[in-house]
Design a protein around this ligand. Structure first.
Ligand SMILES: Nc1ncnc2c1ncn2[C@@H]1O[C@H](COP(=O)(O)OP(=O)(O)O)[C@@H](O)[C@H]1O
Ligand SMILES: Cc1ncsc1CCOP(=O)(O)O
Ligand SMILES: [Mg+2]
Length: 267
């Protein structure tokens, strides 16, 4: 048993405070991630230019950084934003999309990891490779089960002194001392592009609400996705209708239903 908080109170605060979240994500994800944050109750802003990203990070409650379609100018914007967030004592969340795929991605990932992310969120293949193991992935989609990534996640969390979230059929979250497994969601979720990237942005929103407890905040974000995903899948014909039903389900979810339907196993 551990101290991970129930997610309902955090969702209530999300709706009351609508935290401003600076999202530096990829071209594929920008629109869906902004809609996911609005549906959940947060206020997204996609601000990535080096000239303004650091300044903006000082007014945002949290920052998220995603290397899915990164290029040198974007990396400069990410580093400026992380510098601004760090100076303002704001949390930042890292999504290492397919970081193992090319030498360029490996280099920028190594650089960003030295800047002390508060949370790392990735799929199982990404987390296994980030911890130094061999993953089976070829691109942005995972080809490894989450269970295989749990040890890697714990090692990475201890090495980086941060929270690590691994997502897939089940999810696993750890800070290297306490951990949780979450079930729920739907097999339709990986059939809609950039839902993982959008989840990373939602982790940024919850961590903005609870910067002092990033483990509970990350669990709350994953629980919000898992319950909304399960509810949305119930009436869906396929990825298309799931996509809009999922946004509706994120918005309709109440703190009470979140607490009663979230399946969180505290480890
Ligand atoms: N087979 C599945 N069953 C239930 N939920 C899933 C499944 N695959 C992914 N998810 C959910 O989809 C969301 C995105 O996770 P994932 O697909 O692992 O990220 P990524 O898009 O970065 O690869 C998470 O909320 C995760 O729990
Ligand atoms: C398809 C694609 N290509 C580069 S980034 C990206 C989106 C990946 O999104 P996710 O990691 O959430 O599946
Ligand atoms: Mg991803």
């Amino acid at each position: 048993m551990n101290e991970i908080q129930f997610p309902g109170n955090l969702l209530r605060e999300m709706r009351e405070t609508a935290p401003l979240v600076q999202c530096i994500t990829n071209y594929v994800a920008m629109n869906i991630a902004a809609n996911v944050l609005l549906a959940a109750g947060a206020s997204p802003a996609m601000v990535h230019a080096e000239e303004e990203a650091g300044e903006f990070a000082g007014i945002a409650g949290g920052l998220t950084v995603n290397i899915g379609t990164a290029s040198p100018q974007w990396i400069a914007g990410m580093k400026a934003a992380i510098g601004g967030a760090t100076a303002a004592h704001r949390p930042w969340v890292f999504d290492p999309v397919a970081h193992f795929a090319t030498a360029y991605r490996r280099k920028v990932t190594a650089e960003l990891l030295t800047l002390a992310p508060t949370v790392i969120r990735g799929n199982a293949s990404e987390i296994i490779a980030l911890a130094g193991g061999t993953s089976s992935a070829k691109g942005v989609d995972s080809r490894d089960p989450v269970e295989l990534a749990e040890k890697a996640a714990n090692e990475l969390a201890r090495r980086q002194a941060c929270v690590v979230a691994v997502t897939g059929t089940t999810d696993f979250v750890t800070d290297g001392r306490h951990a949780a497994r979450l079930s729920g969601g739907s097999a339709l979720m990986p059939k809609v592009t950039a839902l993982g990237c959008s989840l990373t942005c939602l982790v940024g929103a919850y961590v903005a609400i609870r910067p002092s407890d990033p483990l509970s905040a990350t669990v709350a974000a994953l629980a919000h996705f898992a319950v909304a995903g399960e509810r949305a899948a119930a009436g869906s014909d396929g990825p298309g209708s799931f996509g809009w039903r999922f946004l509706d389900a994120l918005a309709a979810l109440t703190p009470e239903v979140l607490d009663s339907e979230a399946r969180i196993e505290r480890l």
